[in-house]
Design a protein around this ligand. Structure first.
Ligand SMILES: Nc1ncnc2c1ncn2[C@@H]1O[C@H](COP(=O)(O)OP(=O)(O)OP(=O)(O)O)[C@@H](O)[C@H]1O
Ligand SMILES: [Mg+2]
Length: 384
């Protein structure tokens, strides 16, 4: 199997800008990262380095004045019958198609659980809504698939491939023929049952009662669980958690993260955790991407990163890793300040703060390269 086959998500050279009155914020300057199937991958870096913009770009949720300018966001799924890998570039999908991907195949849990889930609806109804929405959409997706395949048949394809395609069409057509629920009420009931099951899955005590409650009736940790239940309701291939845990106290945070890792095994979701906290990365992630000022500076297995950081920025971050049960909102201070991304430093964006910088660092942007097997670094003067 090729390396790329096991990458369920691969971001290549992602550039996202914000066109503000003060000037153009060059927020993402060629971000590269990948998420392997079954991994829990951490994206870590100081505030403003582009973690959330990366997550939003992946789901095409960047709003004006922001714009994705360049890059590829490859999403790879295994076709259930053929076992073949299908790759789509999320940046090339139509608005309609991306809607189906969002929530259905790639789900996101956002930063602030105080304002989300929606305070005015019962927990159970909100999860049920997600289930219903994506059930509805899925028949559209199937129809689209069939059309695509029929389209292929009009082209010149070898006989063997032809029969494979015809089989696929039959398979998808069968899926469409499943009788719809007799009326909406039944569908709603089934979705509510599923919502309760989801709450049970995230180890919520008394799930049926919780389903009838409003978000404000729950504690922060329970709200977080409800959000995760909602995100997982459609069995997404990928779950992105953007700082989902930092608003919680540390014990609850540890519980939620452990829960995520357990659930990952049960339902086979690959997870991307966005955090400031190297302690969280150490405890829950098997792979890590370090970001600095809109670029990926280092990417490797977590153990490798802690044992042998190769980028001077990473080494700086690791000098004062908080212990797991210590609250730290911010990463340790590295000398100097985070650059203004309207006028970012030339060359390597880290060079003004880097004690190893040489003249090339000021003029050229280092590429992310595999310096050791499975260990990528963007630096002209890596440590070792
Ligand atoms: N709507 C916007 N308008 C202008 N600039 C923006 C906007 N959203 C993000 N940015 C800029 O993009 C850059 C990356 O922001 P982002 O929110 O991704 O950082 P982050 O790594 O998630 O930070 P934090 O850890 O604080 O959440 C920052 O310089 C930020 O100011
Ligand atoms: Mg953020």
């Amino acid at each position: 199997m090729a390396d790329s086959d096991e990458r369920v998500l691969e971001v290549k050279g992602l550039v996202t800008n914000f066109y503000t009155y003060e000037g153009t914020v060059l927020a993402l300057d060629g971000v590269d990262l990948f998420l392997r199937r079954g991994d829990t991958m951490g994206v870590v870096g100081e505030t403003g380095c582009g973690k959330s913009v990366t997550a939003r770009s992946i789901l095409r949720l960047v709003e004006p004045p922001g714009r994705i300018e360049e890059g590829e966001i490859l999403f790879r799924q295994i076709d259930p019958e053929s076992g073949e890998i299908e790759t789509v570039d999320l940046l090339k999908l139509s608005a309609e198609e991306i809607l189906k991907t969002r929530g259905g195949k790639i789900a996101i849990v956002f930063q602030d659980p105080a304002t989300y889930p929606n305070p005015v609806f019962r927990i159970g109804d909100q999860i049920a809504e997600v289930v219903l929405l994506h059930q509805d959409l899925s028949s559209d997706v199937i129809e689209m698939k069939i059309e695509e395949l029929q389209d292929k048949l009009t082209q010149d394809v070898p006989a063997e491939k032809r029969s494979q395609i015809e089989e696929k069409i039959d398979y998808y057509s069968l899926m469409l023929q499943e009788p719809p629920p007799p009326d909406d009420k039944d569908a709603k009931k089934a979705a509510l049952r599923r919502a309760t099951q989801m709450l049970e899955m995230v180890r919520m005590p008394a799930p049926a009662t919780i389903a009838t409650q409003y978000p404000h009736e729950l504690s922060g940790g329970m709200r977080q669980r409800a959000l995760i239940a909602m995100a997982l309701a459609c069995n997404p291939a990928i779950l992105i958690c953007d700082e989902a845990t930092t608003a919680l106290d540390v014990t609850v945070q540890a519980q939620v993260l452990n829960l995520l890792n357990q659930l990952k095994k049960e339902i086979g979701t690959s997870i991307m955790i966005i955090t400031h906290d190297m302690g969280v990365v150490a405890e829950t992630c098997n792979w890590v991407n370090v970001m600095y000022a809109g670029t990926t500076v280092e990417s490797c297995a977590t153990e490798e990163l802690f044992a042998t950081p190769l980028h001077p920025y990473t080494a700086g971050l690791l000098t004062a890793v908080p212990k797991l049960h210590e609250t730290k909102d911010r990463l340790p201070q590295i000398l100097g300040t985070v650059p203004n991304l309207i006028t970012p430093p030339t060359g390597c964006r880290f060079h003004p703060r880097c004690e190893y910088a040489t003249s090339i660092c000021k003029t050229e942007k280092p590429k992310l390269e595999e310096l050791r097997p499975g260990h990528w670094v963007a630096c002209f003067n890596p440590l070792e």
